[in-house]
Write a protein that binds this ligand. Sequence first.
Ligand code: PLP
Length: 499
Amino acid sequence: MSYKMDLSDIDRDGAVSITRQLIDRFVTAIEAGELAPEEKLPPTRALAAAAGVNHLTAARVYRKLAEEGYVTATVGRGTFVRALAPAAADEQGDDWQSYVLPDREASYQEEILSDAFRLARQKGMISLATGFPSPRFHPTKELAEHAAQAFAEEGRDVIAYTNPEGLLALRERLAESGVRRGFADGPDEIIVTSGGQQAIDVAVRAIVEPGDVVVVESPTFVGTLAALRSTGARVIGVPVDEGGLDVAALEQVLARHEVKLCALQPACQNPTGADLAPERRARLTALASERNFFILEDGVYADLRYEGERLPALRREAPGHVVHVNSLSKVLGGGLRLGWIAARGPVLARMTTVKQGADFHTSTLIQHIAARYLATDAYASNIEASLPYYRERRDVLLTALEKHLAGEVRATVPRGGHHVWATLTRSVEERLLYSEAVRNGVSFTPGGAVTVERPHRTSFRLSFSLVEPEELEEGVRRLARALREVRRRSPTAVAAPFS
Ligand SMILES: Cc1ncc(COP(=O)(O)O)c(C=O)c1O
């Protein structure tokens, strides 16, 4: 039997291995129907001769094709194009899944994120990796009462489908705060989402297309990075300093690229805790209007301010260019999954469509409960009660860093939020420090997981909101011990977070 396929032009010096090239040829021919289901393939010796490869390579090609589910091979009968998609699960267990799901290694960010959740529950571990609000400020009693009232007063509607933009009663409450804070002019500008993460994701999907250029603060929130990367856009990081996003650096990017969107947190930024300086705010919104790009303003930490003047949301200055995202997670509790977007113009309709495609709408019940809660002054009282608690932990952490890592780190003094961003004065290899710290019983967020480019310095985020003061001090002591150990083992190492 001779080959239907011409295999004479295999690239023998290319970057792709000969085996892989042959596999890909077969896959293409099978998928195009040029090799029909159940068709017998020539023996490996014939393949070897046709492709000018040795017999072992030919056998490897058929074996890989079988592993990937394209052919079946039976000793004595030969190799056949598979009749159907890989066979029934009961014959093969769940192995078929690895044939149909293409290989996808977890990214560094994903690894670190799942580590953070896992280590936070590990006995004996002091987790400085998660910045959730402390459960002591979860208003469970009030929410339970509002839930009971919602069931009693709304009856069956309380769990009925609703519209994708969300319940009017809730959007009205959010808009009242929007008018005060500057992020919205009325309920028509608001879409309720399932948390701030979905708000970011919906906005990004509505605006960004593969190949676009987008800019984001670096470091930033890991979920923003993930959402931007998932679009296939080119993501460019712009540094953050005490004055927030470095707008002069952004201007350099704008000189070279047509930017579609710039994502930032202008107040109490995660992880630095910085605010965008007033002159930078004005310049940024002017640039967005001149160059017509969207600003994605994330305000999830803006209510948790320890010091510094609170400025209106950036959206007030350029309401057509700024898409504002926010959530109740950092004040009330992340498990509520209640967030929102404020915007106007065609982007609003697009985002409504994307939101509808994602999950129809956010839970009607949760929206009813949130609307009732926000109609009282409990939200403001909750913040007032929590700020001294968080501020105390921030200060304990900063003091512990000065005490145990004097001269070794420079740390930001966050104006708000749940995190401190620390940078070593002499770099070490980030993964080494991370694993040594975990071995010593303390975890943190390594800088490489929240920065766009490979950082030149070793930085990390330390979150203090969930940790008792004495544990914060002990956590920093363990971190200092881990750093000494890493320095002892590799005195000349540099920051290199990516494998
Ligand atoms: C800056 C920032 N934006 C958005 C989110 C996501 O918020 P949510 O938990 O409401 O999805 C977080 C959560 O950590 C965050 O830190």
